[in-house]
Design a protein around this ligand. Structure first.
Ligand SMILES: [Zn+2]
Length: 92
């Protein structure tokens, strides 16, 4: 699941042609996700995440978990949900 966007600032030093040091910083956006398989929080730099995926329309799986296995287990769960829906429409 998508939790939040973090703003980070990195400081860099650069020496100019005249030999003076310049500090400059770069802003980075980092997305914080919670793994939908093991519930651990993990971060990904914005540049490595599809913009549309920073939402809860998608499931997010950390590096330690097998996203393919997770997708299969979700598939099974979804099938069970549909089965329940189907049986609940029956009159007893
Ligand atoms: Zn995980």
């Amino acid at each position: 699941m998508f939790i939040e966007t973090l703003k980070t600032m990195k400081l860099y030093k650069r020496e100019s042609k005249l030999g003076t040091m310049h500090n400059y910083h770069r802003k980075n956006l980092i997305y914080v996700f919670k793994c939908d398989a093991c519930s651990e929080t993990f971060m990904r730099p914005k540049s490595k995440v599809d913009p549309g995926r920073a939402s809860n329309d998608y499931k997010h799986v950390c590096n330690k978990c097998d996203s393919k296995k997770f997708a299969q287990s979700v598939g099974v769960k979804m099938r069970n949900v549909y089965k329940l829906d189907a049986s609940s429409t029956k009159t007893l």
